[in-house]
Design a protein around this ligand. Structure first.
Ligand SMILES: [Zn+2]
Length: 197
């Protein structure tokens, strides 16, 4: 269960999630959608009687909205037995067909996906874990709006940077242990968030 710390919390009506069989146990990735309209139109759908909902919405200016806890099942991709909704998050992007994601939307998508993956123990950023709505149901959505050639490499690139940083820290710690510089290590651990002061 998680609420994204950098998303705006705009709760969906409480009845608009889950199945009688419950909510998400083990998320496997996200389905990307085109909202086919602006934020206000989407909010009307979300708050209205249509049986449609999604966990996240990314505005043209990059603002991220979260509408329910990350482990609640949203109704964004209609398949038999809710197979996809039970295992994939739904991320909507403001805008319509023919309108590529804005740079701000691309940056926010990367930030949100990385947070979701880290929070729920996923590690693979690929077209196996990041899908389009039209791969599951007869729809044009997301109408070619997702820049996959940018998104997937960027997600993986930043992960490599993080691993490089981790490697440097580990080498430094190894040196400090060799030299028995315990005070330096004790100073660094809280800085890294590994222990609390
Ligand atoms: Zn869709």
């Amino acid at each position: 269960m998680a609420i994204c710390p950098f998303a705006e919390w705009v709760p969906a009506p409480d009845w608009k999630h889950g199945y009688p069989s419950g909510d998400m146990l083990r998320p496997q990735g996200a389905v990307l959608h085109s909202a086919e309209g602006d934020n206000q139109a989407s909010k009307d759908v979300l708050l209205g009687p249509i049986m449609s909902s999604w966990q996240f919405y990314i505005c043209r200016d990059g603002t991220i909205l979260q509408h329910m806890d990350s482990l609640r099942v949203a109704w964004h991709t209609k398949t038999r037995f809710g197979r996809i909704n039970k295992t994939f998050w739904g991320i909507e992007a403001e805008g319509i067909a023919g309108e590529p994601l804005t740079d701000a939307q691309v940056e926010s998508s990367i930030r949100l996906i990385r947070w979701l993956w880290a929070e729920h123990g996923l590690w693979e950023f690929s077209r196996q874990t990041l899908r389009e709505h039209n791969e599951f149901t007869a729809t044009a959505c997301p109408s070619g709006r997702i820049p996959w050639d940018v998104l997937v490499p960027r997600l993986n690139e930043e992960q490599e940077v993080d691993l490089g940083w981790l490697w440097e820290v580990m080498e430094w710690l190894h040196d400090m242990v060799d030299q028995q510089k315990w005070a330096d290590i004790l100073w660094l651990l809280p800085e890294l968030g590994l222990v609390h002061n």
